[in-house]
Design a protein around this ligand. Structure first.
Ligand code: HEC
Length: 175
């Protein structure tokens, strides 16, 4: 029994050392233009969901989904999130697809987490992905506004849809 346990410990040590060696000698591929492996997608996604579920405070969203708040949320989204997460005129952002893992495209596939979980993710970001933490740049009220917007993204009133019709940047900005 003792030898069996020692064998397991030895095998685990070898696996860890081999992993560290592979990383230190350049065998880990850090390119973002590769598709995430099936293992990464499955394990990492589950881990993010589980961690969000565990850590997100159960606070309920204080910002009701009325027209005024959805317009405010749409503006915050357009200014800060649309470049990565897409907008009605660009629901499959090429830029968003250039990340690893790719950025979820909310106008094609709306976020399905609860408001308190979306709030937690927007505030804290998701490390090892391109999702930034917004707690230094958006106030708590603005974060709830954009969360309210996210939950209503498939059923926006015309006034909120209109936010996306006014050009964010002059079309002829030099590249
Ligand atoms: C620089 C690109 C980038 C910007 C800008 C960005 N995000 Fe993200 N976001 C990501 C990436 C990448 C992920 C996916 C991480 C993953 O796969 O776990 C993500 C994930 C999310 C998620 C979780 C989605 C889900 O269903 O798992 C939410 C919610 C979110 N972002 C909201 C926002 C909001 C709101 C803003 C603007 C305030 C924003 N993001 C700005 C890159 C970005």
């Amino acid at each position: 029994m003792r030898n069996f346990l020692l064998g397991i410990v030895f095998t685990l040590v070898i696996i860890v050392v081999a992993g560290l060696l592979a990383a230190q000698t350049g065998y880990v591929d850090f390119r973002a233009d590769q598709k995430p492996s099936a293992l990464e997608t499955k394990v990492a996604m589950k881990a993010v969901d589980a961690s969000t579920d565990r850590h997100a405070s159960k606070t309920s969203n204080p910002i009701p989904a009325n027209e005024e708040n959805l317009v405010a949320g749409a503006k915050i989204y357009l200014d800060n999130c649309a470049g990565c997460h897409g907008e009605p005129s660009d629901p499959e952002s090429e830029f968003g697809h250039s990340f690893n893992p790719p950025v979820p495209q909310f106008f094609k596939d709306p976020p399905d987490m609860s408001d308190n979980e979306n709030f937690y993710i927007v505030q804290h970001g998701i490390r090892w992905t391109g999702m930034p933490a917004w707690d230094h740049t958006l106030s708590t009220a603005q974060t709830w506004e954009v969360v309210t917007f996210l939950s209503a993204i498939g059923k926006l009133p015309p006034a909120a849809q209109k936010v996306f019709e006014s050009p964010a940047l002059p079309a002829d900005l030099p590249k």
